[in-house]
Write a protein that binds this ligand. Structure first.
Ligand code: MG
Length: 270
């Protein structure tokens, strides 16, 4: 009996995945989604308009991504963090590296070096096998600047979640200006121009600021983090060193990464 139930569940799961695969290949972005992802029992954002992770916060417009999926060469003055090979730049050796691609493992990945202001380039791919369940369950990872401030990684192609939790969002804080996500199984890229926060007498005197391009589309324009990224809470700053490693989030989904480099920040962000 137990085996029969397990077999039925497995077949149902495989059928659902096959259906989504067909939807995606036919460019069906918004299949019927009965359960909206989000919360109404969370605190309000400091602007008083929406709850944290509010499902009613307006979704940004869907726009055409402008990235062709090819690896973007690192500039001459960049520090290469991952170029497809084993590297001492990354601390967590449990993330599998195969065919030049690194897959999210059990714990988050972190750089050995510490960074402050920077231009961070990251390429990622959300495998089709991550496309099960809805909302935050589809290919969740993230880029934690200074191991503290998250730019979300999530499949938002044909998958609706709360606006402050989409790819391109400053997680739990600022929704992206546009939904520029590519399909699952396609390479996508982030260019994150980051200005580190400044603390004085244990108080923040200048916030962390980012301009973010997702697939070469501007999704954050000099947006300020309200504090350390958190779930279901209002963000707050906690003092930390001027330079810290950045990390890639392990959220239980086998998201893939390749071609990660850090170049000097050349843009003025305040
Ligand atoms: Mg995440």
């Amino acid at each position: 009996m137990k085996r029969a139930i397990m077999a039925c569940l497995l077949i149902a799961g495989m059928t659902a995945l096959a259906t989504r695969a067909a939807d995606i290949s036919e460019n069906k972005r918004q299949p019927e989604q009965t359960k909206l992802d989000g919360y109404k029992n969370t605190p309000m954002h400091p602007d008083g308009k929406f709850h944290i992770h509010d499902p009613d916060r307006p979704q940004p417009p869907v726009v055409e991504p402008k990235y062709d999926g090819k690896p973007v060469p690192a500039p001459k003055d960049a520090i290469v963090i991952f170029d497809g090979k084993e590297t001492d730049e990354l601390v967590n050796k449990t993330w599998a590296i195969k065919d030049g691609v690194m897959t999210v493992g059990k714990a988050s990945q972190k750089t050995k070096r510490a960074f402050g202001d920077m231009h961070l380039h990251v390429e990622f791919l959300i495998p089709l096998k991550c496309v099960k369940g809805w909302g935050q369950k589809q290919g969740n990872s993230g880029i934690f600047l200074m191991d503290t401030y998250e730019v979300q990684v999530l499949n938002c192609w044909g998958n609706r979640t709360y606006a402050d939790g989409m790819s391109g969002a400053l997680y739990g804080q600022v929704p992206p200006k546009a939904n520029a996500c590519k399909k699952p199984d396609e390479w996508q890229c982030y260019d994150i121009h980051f200005k580190a926060p400044v603390f004085k007498d244990n108080k923040v005197v200048s916030p962390a600021i980012v301009t973010v391009y997702l697939n070469n589309v501007l999704v954050q324009d000099k947006s300020a983090f309200a504090g350390a990224s958190t779930w279901r809470k209002v963000a707050q700053y906690r003092p930390h060193p001027a330079e810290k490693p950045f990390s890639l989030q392990a959220h239980g989904n086998p998201v893939q990464y390749r071609n990660i480099w850090v170049a000097p920040l050349k843009e003025k962000l305040d």
